[in-house]
Design a protein around this ligand. Structure first.
Ligand SMILES: O=C(O)C(=O)C[C@H](O)C(=O)CO
Ligand code: ZN
Length: 279
């Protein structure tokens, strides 16, 4: 297991970042490598962002003394797992849960052992992991894409027709602070979250996927009057601090998993940015 650590930056400091500094601080480039669990510990909301790609042998989610500090990874944390690869299983304290492509599982605080396996080494599962600190133990719950709360947004005229699947969401699963789901753009549509918003009371992480090797998403970030961008490839994630807008425009349709942690679990707690404020 490898863990990378990211620190927090004031918005005024981020204004002066060049492309490399923006990428080093806000982009998580390495998540899915065969036979590995790769983790990034962000001091933004104390998110742990990860990928587990088991091939022939099970992979374990292990704790890390320098960052997590507790004997087991989930002693004081909760975890959301989304499978964006082939069929696989997430074993929670000895109980195996089968996850197909786009299924998710909520794993509660107090869990001692989490193991990831792929059903076939030819089409390995790709498990995306997002964890936040927790204060209470709730139930383990598998959420299939079919059980998600669905919202249809956008229109063809603005190239942003998309479906939002709320999966680890108070109407579907009880969690402490973690809220997660997936947004899938219709073919030929390229924009998410424009007009954009900020959410000062929480931070978010976005995993972009379903992108061909030569496709990219231009992720928009920064304060509304000081926008910046990061060019993102398939299977990469972006950390979004509370002062930042977030929006994305792809070179073609894509899907992303959004995850949030912070002061409340109200998905709608967003402050809209008027188009004439964006610079
Ligand atoms: O396409 C969208 O719009 C979204 O996916 C919105 C995100 O879920 C979001 O902004 C959460 O804060
Ligand atoms: Zn948002």
């Amino acid at each position: 297991m490898m863990i990378d650590v990211r620190h927090v930056h004031h918005q005024d400091a981020t204004r002066g970042f060049d492309t490399e500094a923006l990428r080093r601080n806000y982009l998580v480039e390495r998540l899915f490598e065969p036979g590995m669990v790769l983790l990034t510990y962000s001091h933004v909301e104390r998110f742990v962002i990860g990928g587990a790609t088991p091939v022939t042998v099970p992979l374990a989610l292990e704790s890390d003394k320098a960052t997590i500090g507790s004997p087991n990874f989930l002693d004081r944390r909760e975890l959301g797992v989304f499978n964006i690869g082939g069929a696989g299983k997430v074993s929670v304290d000895g109980v195996a849960h089968a996850l197909g492509n786009r299924d998710a599982i909520y794993v509660p605080m107090g869990t001692k052992e989490v193991l990831f396996t792929s059903d076939s080494a030819d089409v390995p599962a790709r498990f995306y992991l997002l964890s936040t600190p927790a204060h209470a133990r709730y139930e383990t719950k598998v959420v299939r894409i079919a059980q998600a709360k669905k919202m249809l947004l956008g229109e063809a005229a603005t190239a942003n027709r998309r479906t939002i699947y709320q999966m680890i969401h108070p109407d579907v699963v009880t969690s402490c602070q973690l809220v997660m789901g997936m947004t899938q753009l219709d073919e030929g549509n390229v924009w998410n979250t424009m007009p954009c918003h900020v959410h000062d009371r929480r931070s978010e992480v976005y995993l972009y996927f379903d992108l061909m090797a030569d496709a990219r998403v231009i992720h928009l970030m920064g304060q509304p009057t000081q926008t910046r961008h990061i060019v993102v490839a398939d299977g990469q994630a972006v950390i979004s601090p509370p002062w930042s807008i977030h929006s994305g425009c792809g070179t073609r349709a894509y899907t992303f998993i959004w995850g949030m942690g912070g002061d409340n679990i109200d998905y709608t707690d967003m402050d809209m940015v008027a188009m004439d404020q964006l610079k």
